[in-house]
Design a protein around this ligand. Structure first.
Ligand SMILES: *Cc1c(COP(=O)(O)O)cnc(C)c1O
Ligand SMILES: [Zn+2]
Length: 478
């Protein structure tokens, strides 16, 4: 197998005013109207000359490729960023995350055929790596072609974006310096640990995420910096790989499939819709899966928009309140114009109801996450949000037991472990509105005390401890 020969002609298209810009310059928002960009391949239609069956064969064959540049998200090179050369492409093991069928017990509890796609099994433990692999590969391409000796990779974040950006920046090194800007005192030790461990310069400012974002944007407007927040259209492109992988896993048959995605800044759901639309345009899939965005009632601007009457609805940012789906706790999503753009295209093909947004409660998110993980999943709180969304869809009669529901576990369970702890210890601050179900709580139990141990010989102590285990679990002798 050799590296693909096709090369695209990519340009930025502004969703605000329609202006187009060359990719030779670093652009994040439209210099004319401040709108957000999508990347468009002007050569895309030439890909239609290759029959759909041949594309399927090509992508399936690449699954066995030993070329690192084709092992991750660039398995779908022609649909991804076909302006890169093999030496530009970064591969840190991202993509190809498993789809894990829910156990028979969980499926029967739910009355639904659920499947988790574990995007927490990416290198920095969230789906953000898909977008970073693409954005950093393009940055490498710019450095190579322009001979840059220094560029600052920067993002504002309190969590997964900074973890991922710092990881990829530390791998590339050389001309790439890495910094993340965080709101002082508003990040947990886990959220700080990843960029610190990757050696990024971690800078704090007083305030919240939005304050950090403003600083980063000012830097991007005035200095040579690569902004790695989801305004960066290359990140959206990389995240399309999620859709390609779901389709490939089901042998490109998307009939009877529903895809559930948590919505925060709305980059991911945009990318997933965009990805399926590309496959459809080439005939690689012949039906679109239905897409369900899910939001918490504490951060639901996209839900509110689509819940309103289509003729009169208006987009309004909302003030967010505390949410366990912390990575999706955003009141004014940067990618909202992208959602509107792709949802319209999506519904034009898939019909009414092919794109919908559901609202769930904080309580449902927590209960669902714990329920999933007690059946062998590794869902984060946002993954719990997807399961809560699936249940809500069933309640509303939107999905049936015959359909396959693919739930996005966007990060690894361990990244958001503090919420599990609050649930098990019944220590949620009131603003979350979460009351743990006692039957789902789980705490460690001391089986024998130090003072009992001190009074016994080692041998007696072992027997006593074992007896206590037997009594606790009600074990029968063999
Ligand atoms: C970033 C993130 C989200 C939200 O994704 P958007 O693209 O901002 O909608 C959800 N879950 C996790 C774990 C994230 O890191
Ligand atoms: Zn514009």
């Amino acid at each position: 197998m050799s590296f693909p020969t096709y090369r695209g002609h990519l340009q930025y298209v502004c969703l605000g005013c329609g202006a187009t810009f060359d990719i030779g310059e670093l652009h994040y928002t439209c210099p004319t109207c401040s709108g957000v960009f999508v990347l468009q391949d002007l050569n895309f239609d030439t890909l239609k000359a290759t029959p759909a069956a041949e594309w399927r064969t090509i992508f399936d064959a690449r699954a066995a490729s030993k070329i690192p540049a084709l092992r991750g998200i660039f398995r779908f090179y022609e649909l991804m960023a076909p302006v890169l050369e093999p030496e530009d492409i970064l591969y840190l093991g991202e993509g190809n995350t498993p789809l894990v069928d829910s156990s028979p017990a969980l499926r029967s509890e739910l009355g639904l055929k659920t499947v988790y796609k574990n995007d927490g099994q990416n290198p920095s433990a969230s789906f953000k790596d898909r977008g970073m692999a693409c954005a950093f590969s393009f940055l490498k391409c710019l450095i190579r072609t322009k001979g840059w000796t220094e560029v600052l990779a920067i993002c504002a974040s309190t969590g997964d974006t900074s973890a991922s950006a710092a990881l990829y920046a530390s791998y590339v090194g050389g001309a790439v310096k890495s910094a993340v800007i965080l709101p002082a005192g508003k990040v947990t030790p886990q959220q700080l640990a990843q960029p610190l461990g990757s050696g990024a310069v971690v800078l704090e400012v007083p305030g919240v995420f939005d304050d950090c974002m403003k600083v980063v944007e000012h830097l991007a407007d005035n200095y040579r910096v690569a902004l790695l927040n989801s305004k960066n259209a290359w990140r959206i492109l990389g995240q399309e790989s999620y859709a390609f992988e779901v389709a490939q896993w089901y042998d490109w048959d998307m009939r009877g499939k529903c895809v559930f995605v948590p919505i925060g800044n709305a980059g991911n759901i945009t990318a997933i819709m965009g990805g399926f639309l590309k496959l459809y345009a080439l005939g690689i899939i012949t039906a679109l899966p239905r897409i369900f965005g899910v939001q918490s009632h504490h951060a639901d601007p996209v839900f509110r928009y689509y819940a309103a009457d289509a003729k009169t609805r208006e987009y309004k940012p909302v003030a967010v309140t505390a949410s366990v789906a912390q990575a999706a706790m955003i009141g004014n999503p940067v990618s909202f114009p992208r959602v509107r753009h792709f949802a319209e295209k999506y519904e034009a093909i898939g019909g009414p109801g092919s794109f919908q947004v559901l609202q769930v409660t904080e309580q449902q998110i927590m209960d669902s996450m714990i329920q999933a993980n007690r059946h062998g999943h590794i869902a984060c709180t946002q993954g719990g949000e997807c399961l809560a969304g699936a249940k809500r869809a069933k309640e509303l009669g939107l999905v049936s037991a015959e359909e396959t529901l693919v739930l996005d576990a966007t990060a690894h369970h361990l990244k958001f472990i503090g919420f599990q702890e609050m649930y098990f210890e019944n220590s949620f601050p009131a603003e979350f509105g979460v009351t743990p179900k006692p039957e789902l709580a789980n705490r460690p139990e001391l089986i024998i005390t130090q003072s009992v141990k001190d009074k016994m010989s080692d041998k007696d102590y072992v027997v006593q401890a074992a007896d206590n285990v037997v009594a606790r679990l009600g074990l029968a002798k063999k």
